[in-house]
Design a protein around this ligand. Sequence first.
Ligand code: FSX
Ligand code: SF4
Ligand code: SF4
Length: 305
Amino acid sequence: MSLKRRDFVKLCAGTVAGLGISQVFNPSLVMALEKAAKKTPVIWIQGQGCTGCSVSLLNTVHPSIKEVLLKIISLEYHPTVMAAEGELALEHMYEIANKYKGKFFLVVEGAIPKAADGKYCIVGEMGGKEITMLELTEELGKKAAATVAVGACACFSAGIPGAEGNLTEASSVKTIFDEAGIKTPVINIPGCPPHPDWMVGTIAHVLLYGIPELDDNARPKLFYGLNIHENCPYRSYYESGTMSPVFTKKEGCRYDLGCKGPVANADCWKRHWNNGVNWCIENALCIGCVEPGFPDDMSPFYESM
Ligand code: FSX
Ligand code: SF4
Ligand code: SF4
């Protein structure tokens, strides 16, 4: 492989102009990934979520989702995008998990409910027996080489399903693993949903160079290492006390409208969303979707801290 880790990291980090991994995925990297992916299948399971994380991944433009699925991620199971369904699909998933025991990557999207023996989230049925998300997460978690928790729901305090008032004991992957004594490493890719670059970039890093450097919340520093407020293009407005009275105004800091940029750590300020077209603060404000405690600790979204 001709691309050194240092260069890959540079690619992932993007530039101030907003270029990121999705805009500049380079051919030598794709070739190397194609080789690595063949040996490392990915099993993607979904629990309590809105499928927004998968939709976000499907929105990756460069590389296209076709390239991601055919060359970068050898996706053997994904409830939303696979053509197979029912027992046939589950049988294939178990076959891959056993054949590649200790070698495959498990991606978990959505929270895992513990109440009522996990019955709030049934993810399949085999031979007339219902399979809960809880059972599946534990079973596959034990066998995986590493687990990537995508989205606020699978990380930390279980996101929207884990918010105040939830009766299902929605839990994060880390909580489930800790309670079941599962030692498989967990990488958190929070966001509601996460940026496609954060998911594709992290999986590519794991495949090519191993687990990237993580922060105290098990997030790759590559994408979550810098604070939004400290790097925000609206920062000069904040310093001069020029506050925007409405979301629609181009000028002015969003602090008084409830912006949570000061406590949010991610590279949205330079990566931008929707293939670089815009990002939260440009259209409204940051609701701190990448932080532990989201959404409760970031609420009310539209009131300043
Ligand atoms: Fe959660 Fe994924 Fe928020 Fe949705 O499924 S991270 S609710 S955007 O997308 O899990
Ligand atoms: Fe900070 Fe938000 Fe204002 Fe940007 S818009 S400077 S992140 S408070
Ligand atoms: Fe989440 Fe804030 Fe980034 Fe938007 S700007 S994706 S709310 S961390």
